[in-house]
Design a protein. Structure first.
Length: 239
């Protein structure tokens, strides 16, 4: 059985694959004032790895994004610690970033879907990996917009090497020009995001690449509402 719902983690030659060694980030000063994140972001909620339920949700959300015509076509890595965001505030900062992204896309009449995972490492500190659908008419403007969002979140000047944002597969529009190649690269990107799995999840999903996810305070992963479990259930009922 294909645990990835049709997404097979395969790296193809001469194609871009996720590089966890770099990243870019946002700004943070306004995050605390907005008190975003809800009960699931309480400082008392701590974890060190993704579990079976969380990974199942991320895999199903990826498939549902495809079904909605919103396939993930961009991978974004944000090094929140480098941006000046403390570990307990990382989930709120990520929430603010995705809000700003969704609003920027909606203003042009577009739609998006996204999911993320949080990790924490000795060299990188707290950071976020995010897969998102970005409409073609917003793709080229994304780098500049992201830096503005980061400044507004952190309240600090943008620092180099805080955010890495690039098309999945290394080419804009790959999901349309070569769907099979895009699917293979998306599978690899998703496998990269869930590499911080616990032992049970790694065995169930047959994960070959594993790395310690580190201590995360608050939500370890999440999705946009339109591809969350409730939305998927509603879509299934409508069929």
């Amino acid at each position: 059985m294909d645990h990835f719902g049709g997404f097979r983690p395969t790296i193809l030659p001469n194609e871009t694959s996720p590089d966890g060694g770099c990243g870019e980030v946002s700004n943070y000063a306004n995050v605390m004032a907005q008190n975003r994140g809800g009960a699931r972001n309480f400082a008392s909620r701590k974890s060190h790895a993704l579990n079976v339920s969380q990974i199942s949700n991320l895999v199903a959300a990826t498939a549902h994004a495809n079904a909605l015509g919103l396939p993930f076509n961009r991978m974004i890595t944000i090094h929140w610690e480098r941006a000046g965001i403390a570990l307990p505030q990382m989930p709120r900062a990520t929430g603010r970033f995705t809000d700003l992204m969704a609003k920027a896309i909606a203003r042009r009449g577009g739609a998006t879907a996204w999911l993320y995972t949080h990790e924490n490492g000795e060299a990188k500190g707290g950071h976020c990996h995010l897969l998102a659908h970005v409409p073609a008419d917003r793709a080229k403007a994304m780098p500049a917009m992201q830096k503005r969002w980061l400044r507004s979140i952190s309240g600090r000047p943008y620092r180099a090497r805080v955010i890495l944002s690039r098309p999945i597969g290394g080419r804009l529009g790959l999901e349309k020009t070569n769907p099979d190649l895009h699917a293979a690269n998306l599978a690899e990107a998703l496998a990269y995001l869930i590499k911080g799995a616990n032992e049970a999840a790694a065995q169930q999903f047959g994960l070959k690449r594993l790395e310690a996810g580190g201590l995360v305070i608050g939500k370890r992963c999440g999705t946009s509402q339109n591809i969350a479990a409730k939305a998927r259930l509603g879509a299934a009922v409508m069929k």
